[in-house]
Design a protein around this ligand. Structure first.
Ligand SMILES: *Cc1c(COP(=O)(O)O)cnc(C)c1O
Length: 468
C-alpha cells in the first residue's frame, strides 16, 4: 500500500481532493463516498483515513475471540505481536540474506523431531511450510517418489499410485488430485469416527504409496489409533511382503499429544511412521501461516525432491511448494517453544481440556444433546449431536444461527458421507477461551434452546432487546 497525501501534479485527481487543514477521517472526502471496489483510484489518499475505513470494514468480520469453529490461533500475547512486527521483512526463502531466520527454522525442526521421538542421530529432516496443507503435499510427494523408485527398481509398473486413509481433511483430496494419486478413502463403520485398523488390509495393495493416519480427526476431534494401524501394516508385511509407510497428519494433535498424552505412541516411536505434519498455527499457538513437516530419516525424503539454495556461502537444502513466504510465524513459533517450554504447552492445553470437559457437562445437562466427545483423550474440544433430531423441533443448523446472534461461531455439519445422516456440532476450546467465557457461552446456548423449543420466557413474544 503506497499511500501518500502529497500531491505531485498541478491538478489533483478528483477522488483525492482534500480540503486543507481537515483532519477528521470521517470528514475526509474518502469517507463521504463509496470506496473504490473495481478500479484502482487514480490518486493517493490519506493513509490514516484508509486505515480507519478498512478497519471499519474488517469489524464486520466475525469476532475471532468468539470463533469456536477454527482450530487456528485467535489469540497471541503482546510479545508475539511485537515479534511479528519486527519480522515483517523476513523472507523465509532468503536463507543467505536472513541466516538467523533460517537458523531459527532449523532449531524448530530439531525441537519438533525430538518432541516426536525421531531416533537420535537418525538424520531426521524437516521444514516449515505455510500450514499443514502444504506439509501434507510434501509428505504425500515423498511417499509417491519413494514408492515409484521402489517399483521401478523392481521393474514393475508405477503408473497407478493410491493413498489409503479415513475421513481426511480436504488437503489430502487436493494432494490426490493435484499429484495424480488415487485416494482410497475407507468408509466409516457405524459408530466409528475414524478408520479402523482391521479395515486397512482390504484397501492396501502393491500400488499403495502410504497410509495416512489422523491425529485429531477434523470432524470429531478424536485420534485415529496410529499404533494399531502400524501393527496392522506390520502384520500385512509379514503376510504379503508389502512395506507400506505411515504418514501421520497431526495437524492438531502434533502439538497436543506430546503434552497431554505423552504415553500415547503415535509418532516416530513407531518405526512404521515415515513422516508427520502439524500446523504451528493450530495448537502450536503460533500466528497464522506456519506448518511443519518432519521425516524420520534422510531415506524417507527422496533427494530428488530437495532443492539447494545458497546459505552463508554454503548450501541449504529446501523442500517447499512456495518460494517467497513470510518468516514471522516461524520466528514466533520458536519464541513460543522457548517461552512456554513443554510444561507451558501442557498447562495451556490442559486448562483448555478441563474447560472442554466442563462445557461438555453443561451441554449434556441442557437436555436434547448426546455428547460424542468431551475433550478427554484427544483434542481440547467437544462435539455433540441431537439425541432425537426428529422430535427436537429444531436442527443444529438452527442452533448455530441462533448462537450467531450473540456472536458465537459454532459450525453444524454432517459427518462424512457414510455417516452423513448424523449432523453434529463442534466446539473447539483453544488458547484464549477461559472457563468463564465457556460459561457465558453455555448460558447463551441454553437461552437459544429455550427460544428454539418455545419454552423460554421470550418464546413467541415480540422480541425486545433487553434480555441480555
Ligand atoms: C487443519 C487441518 C489440515 C490443514 O491444515 P492447515 O494448517 O490449515 O493447512 C490438515 N489436516 C487436518 C487433520 C487438519 O485438522
Amino acid at each position: 500500500m503506497a499511500i501518500s497525501s502529497a500531491r505531485s501534479s498541478a491538478t489533483p485527481p478528483e477522488d483525492s481532493a482534500e480540503p486543507a487543514g481537515l483532519t477528521d477521517v470521517y470528514a475526509h472526502p474518502l469517507s463521504t463516498r463509496r470506496l473504490p471496489k473495481h478500479r484502482m483510484p487514480q490518486g493517493p489518499h490519506d493513509p490514516d483515513t484508509v486505515l480507519q475505513l478498512i478497519r471499519d470494514e474488517l469489524d464486520l468480520d466475525g469476532n475471532a475471540a468468539q470463533n469456536l469453529a477454527t482450530f487456528c490461533t485467535t489469540w497471541s500475547p503482546p510479545q508475539i505481536h511485537r515479534l511479528m512486527d519486527l519480522s515483517l521483512v523476513k523472507n523465509m526463502i532468503d536463507k543467505d540474506e536472513y541466516p538467523q531466520t533460517a537458523e531459527i527454522e532449523a532449531r524448530c525442526v530439531r525441537m519438533l523431531a525430538d518432541l516426536w521421538h525421531a531416533p537420535a542421530g537418525g538424520g531426521a529432516r524437516g521444514c516449515s511450510t505455510t500450514g499443514s496443507s502444504e506439509a501434507a503435499m510434501l509428505g504425500g510427494l515423498a511417499l509417491k517418489w519413494r514408492w515409484r523408485a521402489a517399483r521401478q527398481a523392481a521393474g514393475k509398473p508405477a503408473d497407478r499410485p493410491n493413498l489409503v486413509c479415513g475421513p481426511v481433511q480436504v488437503c489430502w483430496e487436493k494432494f490426490a488430485r493435484y499429484f495424480d494419486v488415487e485416494l482410497r478413502q475407507v468408509p466409516l463403520q457405524q459408530d466409528a469416527t475414524g478408520m479402523r485398523p482391521e479395515q486397512l488390509s482390504a484397501y492396501v495393495d502393491e500400488n499403495t504409496i502410504g497410509v495416512v493416519a489422523i491425529l485429531g480427526v477434523t470432524y470429531t476431534c478424536d485420534y485415529e489409533p496410529v499404533r494399531a494401524f502400524a501393527e496392522e501394516l506390520d502384520a500385512l508385511q509379514r503376510k504379503t511382503g508389502l512395506d507400506v509407510p505411515l504418514h501421520v497428519d497431526a495437524a492438531s494433535g502434533g502439538f497436543v499429544a506430546p503434552f497431554l498424552h505423552p504415553d500415547l505412541e503415535w509418532d516416530f516411536r513407531l518405526p512404521r511412521v515415515a513422516s508427520i505434519n502439524s500446523s504451528g498455527h493450530k495448537y502450536g499457538l503460533a500466528p497464522l501461516g506456519v506448518g511443519w513437516a518432519v521425516w524420520r530419516s534422510a531415506e524417507a525424503l527422496p533427494e530428488e525432491l530437495v532443492f539447494h539454495v545458497s546459505y552463508l556461502g554454503g548450501d541449504m537444502p529446501t523442500f517447499a511448494l512456495n518460494f517467497s513466504r513470510p518468516g514471522g510465524s516461524v520466528i514466533a513459533q520458536y519464541a513460543l517453544l522457548l517461552g512456554l517450554g513443554r510444561e507451558g504447552y501442557r498447562r495451556v492445553h490442559q486448562s483448555c481440556a478441563d474447560t472442554a470437559a466442563a462445557l461438555a457437562e453443561q451441554i449434556a445437562e441442557a437436555g436434547p444433546f448426546t455428547v460424542l466427545y468431551d475433550g478427554q483423550g484427544a483434542l481440547p474440544a467437544l462435539s455433540y449431536t441431537l439425541t432425537d433430531p426428529d422430535r427436537a423441533g429444531f436442527t443444529l443448523y438452527d442452533l448455530s444461527e441462533q448462537l450467531r446472534m450473540r456472536g458465537w461461531q459454532v459450525p453444524a455439519y454432517p459427518l462424512p458421507p457414510d455417516r452423513g445422516e448424523t449432523v453434529i456440532q463442534r466446539v473447539l476450546v483453544r488458547h484464549g477461551i477461559s472457563r468463564d467465557k465457556a460459561d457465558l457461552f453455555a448460558e447463551d446456548l441454553r437461552h437459544c434452546l429455550r427460544r428454539l423449543s418455545g419454552t423460554g420466557p421470550d418464546a413467541g413474544a415480540p422480541r425486545v432487546g433487553f434480555h441480555h
